[in-house]
Ligand binder design. Structure first.
Ligand code: 13P
Length: 251
């Protein structure tokens, strides 16, 4: 399966820095056409800037970090999927653990966001993952299965058109990525759940990304696992050289 490497810039960036980063990334992918899909997900206010910078090429796609579960209306501060689409957005991260924690997003709300994105022609990248405490209590599989089941309940077979991202909370921003074996184990459990809910070929076609301290040094071993179909990269996506090395590791 063609892998996907997506950069989640989180709440980082500035007009001048974004331009410099994108110029370096575009030069890098033009010098060596990647054999994987690549996306960058800047804060929403920079989508127009990035759309302009990315015009005329298709090696790097544009993604958003969130999308409203509502279509339109009195939802101050929210951004609708159709609006994102107008700015050339192809992917939207939904249900990142930072939003689940700080904005109190529930499994059901995340599932609605994913459904709304898909309806507007945007591929949702739906994040799932356990806390350190949940892992230590042996609940990892139960937690990610519950999060995936909310998606399946809401969207059924259309989950086949989504991207999943396994992001263990204890690995995010800590410099301690999951080992390839730890990640593969959870990815395989997610794949098995998809197989049970969808058809076998559909389940095989769902890209499951790994996220959590992925960097230039550990990307190749993580991406070599049979059920790891790409990466959702935070900190390392803000440094052109590091992000390009991760892209190179994906094929
Ligand atoms: P880091 O790569 O900085 O650990 O962030 C991972 C992440 O949360 C991507 O969505």
């Amino acid at each position: 399966m063609r892998k996907l490497i997506a950069g989640n810039w989180k709440m980082n960036g500035a007009l001048a820095a974004n331009r410099a980063l994108m110029e370096a990334l575009l030069a890098g992918v033009q010098a060596r056409s990647p054999a994987c899909d690549v996306a960058v997900c800047p804060p929403a206010v920079y989508l127009a800037q990035l759309q302009a910078l990315l015009q005329g090429q298709d090696a790097i796609a544009l993604g958003a970090q969130d999308v409203s579960e509502h279509e339109a209306g009195a939802f101050t501060g929210n951004v609708a999927a159709a609006m994102l689409r107008e700015f050339g957005v192809r992917y939207a991260i939904v249900g990142h653990s930072e939003r689940r924690n700080y904005q109190g997003e529930s499994d059901a709300q995340v599932a609605l966001k994913a459904q709304r994105a898909l309806a507007a022609g945007i591929t949702p990248i739906v994040c799932v993952g356990e806390t350190l405490q949940e892992r230590e209590q042996g609940q990892t599989e139960a937690v990610v299965t519950r999060q995936l089941d909310a998606l399946l309940e809401c969207s059924g077979a259309r989950v086949a058109d989504m991207v999943l991202a396994y992001e263990p909370l204890w690995a995010i921003g800590t410099g301690h990525a999951a080992t390839p074996q730890q990640a593969q184990e959870v990815h395989a459990a997610l794949r098995a759940r998809l197989r049970a809910a969808l058809s076998v070929p559909q389940a095989a076609g769902v890209r499951i990304l790994y996220g959590g301290s992925m960097n230039a040094a550990n990307a190749a071993s993580l991406l070599a696992q049979p059920d790891i179909d790409g990466g959702l990269v935070g900190g390392a996506s803000l440094k052109a050289q590091d992000f390009l090395e991760i892209i190179a590791a994906a094929g």
